[in-house]
Design a protein around this ligand. Sequence first.
Ligand code: KG4
Ligand code: ZN
Length: 336
Amino acid sequence: MRVLGIETSCDETGVAVYDSQQGLLAHSLYSQVELHSEYGGVVPELASRDHVRKLLPLIDEVMAAAGTQSQDIDGIAYTSGPGLIGALMVGACAGRSLAYAWGCKALGVHHMEGHLLAPMLEANPPAFPFVALLVSGGHTQLVRVDGIGRYRMLGESLDDAAGEAFDKAAKMLDLDYPGGPQIAKLAEQGEPGRFRFPRPMTDRPGLDFSFSGLKTFTLNTVAEHKLESGLPDDQCCADIAYAFEDAVVATLVIKCRRALEQEGLKTLVIAGGVSANKRLRAELESKLAKIDAGVYYARHEFCTDNGAMIAYAGCQRLLAGQEQELALKVQPRWDL
Ligand code: KG4
Ligand code: ZN
């Protein structure tokens, strides 16, 4: 089965062609990061308009790169939620209409299921069952995964998502959006041990998260050390970035280990934008090795939003016989 995947839930236009026999044939991404950077976050209306401009040319490019004609496509998978409603509508409308014109199947895919399955595109994919840590700009969730569509929520953030916390902390340090990679880069210059930030909700049982207190702690630390410019000096900013990243990573590691032990599993999958974080990967690898557990993640470009994960997830669902009626449905909020 050959599937065209379309991702437009936020600020990346992602397109890919996945073949169940031959694997990923081609993929491409157009990022709107520059468009939104002057606003310090994603402007929904601008995102939708840019998807409208970029999507069809990108589909054309990816189909050509995959050496695929429309008649070779068996199905089209598009992200139908969760995400920005206008942005979702662009991908859903284009995907559904192309499928109608090409006479193939179409299916809306859950964005987080796409992230969750992205490590399956790698050479050494994880085997079911496993625990997945989904860490993106909108979600922080621990999920038990027994197979495609067999997901059980173990814990989630009660307030901010991990990526959102990175983005907000970055703003406090006057760094560009998206903040995760910027904090990670600045943290490399930070001095370990100068500050110690709290590890929220790790001293009590359970697998839920809360990052809003850490955000306030960061704000207070910045305020305490700020100079006339309104910011602490460069070294202090780096030390704060280090302590912030350290606290988020330590918190995620503790909960992942707890989830694996609770479920009696030895495989952890990390997915979503924050899974690109090098310190998170390194800390998980070293801490989980102690309990003989392995960590799986997607290549860097498939940690953040992309079309390949949607093509893959859609292909698995279409192979299982799922498809949808012609009427479009997108869901800005949607549980996994
Ligand atoms: O999965 P994603 O591309 O979009 C959503 O579905 O939200 O995740 C984006 C999030 C942003 O909050 C971004 O700051 C964060 O992932 N992120 C990172 C890193 N790269 C991206 N956070 C920490 N470290 C990184 N290296
Ligand atoms: Zn995402």
